[in-house]
Design a protein around this ligand. Sequence first.
Ligand code: AMP
Length: 434
Amino acid sequence: MTKDALKTIRGMRDILPDQSPWWQRMERQLIEILSRYGYCEIRTPILEQTSLFARSIGQETDIVAKEMYSFEDRDGSRLSLRPEGTASVVRSFVEHNLARRQPVNRLYYLGPMFRHERPQKGRYRQFHQMGAELIGSADPAADVEMIDLMVECMEAVGLTGTSLELNSQGCRECRPGYREKLVAYLQERADRLCDDCQRRLSINPLRVLDCKEDTCIQAVEGAPRMIDDLCPACGEHFEAVRSGLETLELDFRLDHRMVRGLDYYDRTTFELKAEGLGAQDAVAGGGHYDGLVAELGGPPVPGVGFASGLDRILLNLLASLPAPEDPPVLFVVTRGDEGWHEALGLMQRLRRAGFKVISDVRRGSMKSQMKRADKDGARFVLMLGESELAEGVVAVKDMAARADAADKQFNVPLEEVQADLAQRLGERAGSGGD
Ligand code: AMP
C-alpha cells in the first residue's frame, strides 16, 4: 500500500541544496559587515510568551491581531512563534540586564520569523530575517549608524537598484496632536476608506496612511503630514538624522505615508526598497523606539533597529548575480578492498589539508565511479587500483585537460599527492570557494 506523501505547510518552504549556497554566501557577507560595525550575535528562542508580542508590537497591529501563530502550551500558558525579532531581543536585553555590562549594546540576529499572511511572491508564512538593534543612545548618531549599516549590508550582498525612504513618527508628545488632525481629515473621507481602514480610523488611524487599497491611497493623498507637526525636539532630531545621511551621501526620499506595521516606533522610521520584486518590494526596514525597553520592564533607554527579509533579497539576487563558486572537487575512485583502505587514509589527509574530496560510497565498477566523478563536476579524479597500489602511486586524471593532452593522466607518488594537487590548483586549493 502506498501512503500519501506529506507536504510542507502552505506559505512555508524547504531551502534545497541548489539554493543553500546562495543563503550561506549571503549570511557570511552580512555577518562580516555586522562585525565590522561592532555588532554581536544574539540568539533568542523562536517561541515566546504571546504577551511579549502583544505588549511590544501592539495588540491592534495586523501582526498581533491576525497573523501570529499562537497556541496554548500543556500548562495552559499562551505561546507564539516569533513574528519579528526586536521584541525578543529587547526581552533578552532586559532579562539579562545587558545595560549593566555596557551603556550601548550592538546586537544582531538571524533566523526564521512566522506570520500567517496571504502567501505570494516574496511573502511567506515562514520567512527569514537578519536584524540589528542598537540599544542605549537617544542621539541621532545611533539612527544614522543604523541606516548606514542597513544600506551597507544590502550593498555587501550585491543588491542593486535600491531606494531609501525616511519618515518620522514623532513622539508621545507630538503624535497625539497630529493624530487628531489626521482623524479629522480622514473622517471627512470615511466613506472612501476600505472596511479595514474604517476600523483603523478609531483604533490606529496612522495605519490608514499605508493601506495598499487604491481608494485609501487616493483618500490620504492630501492628508496632514507628521513631519509638519513634530515638536521642536523631534524636529531637531529628524534634521540631525537627515544631515548625517547627507554627509554619508546616502540618498533618501521622504515618504510621509510610511508608518510601518509595528506600534513601538517613535521618531525616525526607514525602509529600503529594491527593484524587480513586484508588490513585495521592501527588503529592509526599521526605526527608532523610545518606550519599548521600559515597556518590557527595563530601564528607560531608547533603541533603534532594522530587519531585512532574506527571502526577498535572494529573489532579487538570483536574478542578478552569478551562482556562488564551489571549491574544486577531487574525486577518488578505487578498486578492491585494499584500494578502498588506502583511499580512506588519502581522503582523510586531503580533507584535513582543506581539499574538497568526494568518493562514490556505493563502490561500483571503476567505470561507474568515473561516470559519477564526471557528473559531480570533478576537477581531478584520483584512481587507486591494484597496479597503483603495487607502484605506490595514485593515477590522477585531469578532467579539465583535453582528451588528447599529454598530461591528461599521470601518476603521482602517494606521499606527494597533496603537494602536487595544491600546486596544480594554485591558491584556490582549500580556499572554500567564492
Ligand atoms: P518588518 O518586520 O515587517 O518590519 O519587515 C522587515 C522585512 O522583513 C521586510 O522589509 C521584508 O523584507 C521582510 N518580511 C516581512 N514580512 C515578510 C513575509 N511575510 N515574507 C517575506 N519577507 C517578509
